[in-house]
Design a protein around this ligand. Structure first.
Ligand code: NAP
Length: 491
C-alpha cells in the first residue's frame, strides 16, 4: 500500500503549524493536519477563561520568523494569541491541510508507512508521522467522591462556558496553578462569594505588564530589528531565570534563593495577615513547579468575600463541598482549575505502535521516559514526537518549536542527501542522549532542591523530571543544527 500523504501532523496548535511550515520549506506539499478541536490554535483555541493571557513576553512568545508588531500588551491577552495563530495559518497557507473535529485514535507503523486511524473508523496513510498534541491538552477532572452528584454548574477552565454568568453566584475554585492565578482575580470581581480550595501553594512573582504604546508598535512595524532586540532581551531574561535558578541549582543556589525571596516580598506587600501569608507560602523550592506572574492574585484573597480553604476536600455532594474536618460549604458553581493529565494514560495522546509491535506509551512506562533530542525514539521510524520527554527547552514554547523545526530540517536534508526516505534513531544515540540528560538533571533544582511536596507535573510517575530539557536553549538549538546524521539509520 502506498502512502497517501507525505506527512500527517496531529495537532493544529503552534507546534503542529511550525512543523508544517518546516515541511513546506522542505517542499513537501501532500500534508494533512488532523485536529481534535473545531479550529486551529491548540491551547489558545481551547482556553478562553476570564483573565487568560500569555505569561511569557509576547515578542518572545511568537515565531521569530513571523514577528507581530501589534501585541497590545507586554503579556498579550489570550484572544490575541488565537488571532496570531489564525494569521500564521493564513500567511503560510496551512488551512488547506487542516481537518478539524478529527480525533486520531491510533497509529501503526506498517513496513514503510504509518497507518493513522481516526475515531470515525477511517484510516489515512503517510510516509511520516509528526505528533504535536501538546503537554497540556488532556484536561484533568479531579477524582473526588460525589463530584458527579453536584447539582450546580461545573466548569473546567479548559472548557469555559462563555455564556454562563458568574455574577452574584457562590463560586468554588479547585486548584491554584498558573490557570487559577489568572482566573481567581477575575472571578473575585463578580462572584458574591468565592472559596478557593488549595492543595499546593504556588510561587507568584510580580508581573511587569503594561500596554505597548502605539509609537513602539509603529516602530516594531517599520523597523523589525527593534522588535528583534525586544525579543532577544525577553529571551535572555527567561534563559537567565531558567539556567541560573533551575538548571544550575548546584552551582547557583543563590540565584534560586533570589527568585524565592522576590516572590516572598511580593506576598508580604500584598497580604498583611500572617496566617493567610503562611497558607499561601509554598513549602518547596522555587522552580520545582512552574512559578507564575500576577499583580492581583495574592491581593484577591484579602477581599472579604474571598476565602482560601486549605483543608482537603473529603467529598462533593448535591449542594457543595465537604472538607476533611466535616465542614460543608454550599455553592452554586464549581470551577475546576485542576490542570491536565501529562504522563498518565494519555501520554502519548493516542496509541502509537512502532517497529516490531513496540507500543510507545507502554514502552515509556515500562522503561524510562526518553526521546533522542526530545523528538525521536528507537523502533519508531519516520516518526517525530514533538511533545516528548526532554523536548521542552526554555520557558517560551516557541524556543522549543523552532529548535525542533531546525532538527527536522537537518534530519530531512541529510536523508535526502543520502537518497533515503526512512529514518530511525539508533539505540546508541538515544541512550547517550538519555545518559547526558540524566547527568545534567543532577545539577538541577529537581534533584537537589526540595521538590517532594511540589506535586509538579515536571515529574513523571517514575519521579524523574523529564519534561524540561536540562540544558540551555542555546545548547538545544545548536545541537538541533549539528547532531551527527549517523545518529540515525537512513535508508
Ligand atoms: P496545574 O498547574 O497542573 O494546576 C492544577 C491545580 O489543580 C493544582 O493546584 C493542583 O494541586 C490542583 N488539583 C488538581 N487535582 C486536584 C484535586 N483532586 N484536588 C485538589 N486540587 C487539585 O494546571 P494549570 O493551572 O491549568 O496550569 C497548567 C500549565 O498551563 C501551567 O503550568 C502553565 O505552563 C500553563 N499555563 C500557561 C499560561 C500562560 O499564560 N502561558 C496560563 C495558564 C496556564 P496540586 O498542585 O496539589 O496537584
Amino acid at each position: 500500500m502506498s502512502a497517501h500523504y507525505d506527512a500527517v501532523i496531529v495537532g493544529a496548535g503552534f507546534g503542529g503549524m511550525g512543523a508544517a511550515i518546516q515541511l513546506t520549506r522542505l517542499d513537501y506539499d501532500k500534508l494533512l493536519i488532523l485536529e481534535r478541536e473545531s479550529d486551529l490554535g491548540g491551547t489558545w483555541h481551547v482556553n478562553h477563561y476570564p483573565g487568560l493571557a500569555v505569561d511569557i513576553p509576547s515578542a518572545t512568545y511568537s515565531y521569530s520568523f513571523e514577528p507581530n508588531p501589534n501585541w497590545s500588551r507586554l503579556f498579550a491577552p489570550g484572544q490575541e494569541l488565537k488571532r496570531y495563530a489564525e494569521h500564521v495559518a493564513d500567511k503560510y497557507r496551512l488551512r488547506q491541510y487542516m481537518r478539524f473535529n478529527t480525533v486520531v485514535t491510533g497509529a501503526v507503523w506498517d513496513t514503510d508507512h504509518w497507518a493513522i486511524s481516526r475515531r470515525d473508523d477511517t484510516t489515512v496513510t503517510a510516509k511520516y508521522l509528526l505528533t504535536a498534541t501538546g503537554f497540556l491538552s488532556q484536561p484533568k477532572k479531579p477524582d473526588i467522591g460525589g463530584i458527579d452528584t453536584f447539582a450546580g454548574k461545573i466548569i473546567h477552565t479548559a472548557d469555559w462556558d462563555d455564556g454562563y454568568d458568574l455574577t452574584g453566584q457562590r463560586v468554588a475554585v479547585i486548584g491554584t496553578g498558573a490557570t487559577a492565578v489568572q482566573l481567581i482575580p477575575e472571578v473575585a470581581k463578580v462572584a458574591a462569594e468565592l472559596t478557593v480550595y488549595q492543595r499546593t501553594p504556588i510561587w507568584v512573582s510580580p508581573k511587569l505588564d503594561f500596554p505597548v504604546p502605539p509609537a513602539v508598535r509603529r516602530a516594531f512595524a517599520a523597523l523589525p530589528l527593534t522588535q528583534r532586540i525586544a525579543r532577544f532581551a525577553g529571551t535572555a531574561v527567561l534563559e537567565l531565570l531558567m539556567v541560573s535558578g533551575v538548571l544550575h541549582y548546584k552551582q547557583l543556589r543563590a540565584a534560586n534563593r533570589i527568585g524565592e525571596l522576590w516572590c516572598r516580598a511580593h506576598l508580604r506587600r500584598q497580604v498583611r495577615d500572617p496566617e493567610l501569608r503562611r497558607k499561601l507560602t509554598p513549602g518547596y523550592s522555587f522552580g520545582c513547579k512552574r512559578p507564575t506572574f500576577s499583580n492581583d492574585y495574592y491581593r484577591a484573597f484579602t477581599r472579604d468575600h474571598v476565602n482560601l480553604e486549605t483543608t482537603s476536600i473529603a467529598r462533593i455532594d448535591e449542594s457543595g463541598i465537604v472538607t476533611a474536618d466535616d465542614r460543608r460549604h454550599d455553592i452554586d458553581v464549581l470551577v475546576l482549575a485542576t490542570g491536565f493529565d501529562l504522563w498518565e494514560a494519555n501520554f502519548p495522546a493516542f496509541e502509537i505502535i512502532g517497529r516490531g509491535g513496540r507500543n510507545l506509551g507502554k514502552w515509556w512506562r515500562d522503561n524510562r521516559f526518553q526521546a533522542y533530542e526530545g523528538v525521536t525514539i528507537p523502533k519508531f521510524p519516520n516518526f517525530i514526537s514533538l511533545n516528548s520527554p526532554y523536548s521542552y527547552s526554555g520557558l517560551s514554547y516557541f524556543t522549543t518549536i523552532e529548535t525542533q523545526m531546525r532538527h527536522i530540517d537537518r534530519l530531512f536534508t541529510a536523508m535526502r542527501r543520502r537518497g533515503a526516505t526512512e529514518f530511525e534513531v539508533t539505540q546508541e544515540a538515544n541512550d547517550a542522549f538519555l545518559d547526558r540528560m540524566t547527568e545534567k538533571l543532577g545539577d538541577s533544582v529537581f534533584v537537589l532542591g526540595q521538590c517532594a511536596t511540589a506535586n509538579s507535573y515536571y515529574f513523571n510517575p517514575h519521579g524523574e523530571a523529564t519534561l524540561l530539557r536540562p540544558s540551555s536553549t542555546v545548547n538545544a538549538f545548536r545541537e538541533a543544527g549539528s547532531f551527527p546524521p549517523d545518529d540515525y539509520v537512513l535508508t
